[in-house]
Ligand binder design. Structure first.
Ligand SMILES: Nc1ncnc2c1ncn2[C@@H]1O[C@H](COP(=O)(O)OP(=O)(O)O)[C@@H](O)[C@H]1O
Ligand SMILES: [Mg+2]
Length: 258
């Protein structure tokens, strides 16, 4: 569905992507993991056409979006939904207005139709009847869910989640992953998830791609990546698992003491 070929991107002298090759298959969940600052966000911004590469191609069902004109790009972009790291809700709008925003921008639906879709999407993410609340009244996990409702409002075929659980506790994180799996099975959405949540992400993803030194070091079934004998990948995974255990024990300690 998406094929990335020899993608290069530099900012000034800093080479971030140095020949990325990656294929994303329809209906699968592909996780992109890698150290902080390795270029994961930069890579997905290319996939949705927010950044232009210095070199290379990105084919979405055969259309090279790095060469596409504005009109063609707009058409391809509508097929993507993106949930950014900070959920990025407009804090001056109600939850309902936030979710309705892409519908008002991209469709000519009536207010009645828009309200109905907003209700339906909020129900889907497990937050029925909160359309009149302001984002400031919501917890971190609820904000992510509202961000997800907004990301799926135009019924995208491909959903990109950039660190959907960063800043959330382990229990809330697990509920977000459940929701991601539900999106995949109920809406048949192709998903790309950037995440640090080793080992959870290996249970959720069909394929795991490791971005390292500007290239995809490995992309394979999650089990194969987990068992890879590449020492750099093993070091990274071990460090992330330690981090996860740290987070978990901190959560339980805080839970017991307070
Ligand atoms: N618009 C930009 N201008 C200059 N440098 C950038 C820009 N976007 C990202 N970078 C740099 O590219 C590198 C990779 O960033 P990023 O993709 O955000 O990493 P991560 O893997 O943590 O998502 C970082 O060193 C970052 O500072
Ligand atoms: Mg990032």
């Amino acid at each position: 569905m998406i094929k990335i070929v020899d993608l290069h991107k530099s900012f000034g002298k800093q080479k971030v992507l140095k020949g990325v090759n990656l294929e994303i298959h329809k209906g699968e969940i592909t996780a992109i993991i890698g150290r902080s600052g390795s270029g994961k966000t930069v890579l997905v911004k290319h996939i949705v056409g927010l950044l232009k590469p210095n070199k290379g191609h990105i084919f979405v069902d055969g259309t090279d979006i790095t060469r596409a004109g504005a009109k063609e790009l707009k058409k391809v972009r509508r097929r993507f939904g993106m949930l950014f790291q900070e959920a990025a809700l407009f804090d001056f709008m109600t939850v309902g207005e936030n979710i309705a925003f892409p519908l008002r921008e991209h469709t000519k639906l009536s207010e009645r139709e828009i309200n109905q879709i907003v209700k339906e999407k909020l129900k889907l993410v497990g937050l029925p009847n909160i359309e009149n609340k302001m984002p400031s009244e919501l917890s971190g996990g609820m904000k992510k869910r509202v961000g997800l409702a907004r990301a799926i409002v135009l019924e995208p075929e491909i959903l990109i989640y950039d660190e959907p659980t960063t800043g959330l506790d382990p229990v809330t994180s697990a509920s977000i992953y459940e929701l991601i799996l539900e999106m995949e099975s109920r809406l048949k959405i192709t998903s790309i998830i950037i995440s640090h949540d080793v080992p959870t992400i290996f249970a959720v993803a069909d394929k795991v791609a490791v971005l390292s030194q500007g290239q995809i070091a490995i992309c394979d079934e999650s089990q194969k990546v987990f068992q890879s004998d590449n020492p750099e990948i093993q070091n990274f995974l071990t460090a992330q698992i330690k981090r996860f255990h740290g987070k978990l024990s901190q959560f339980w300690t805080q839970g017991i003491s307070g």
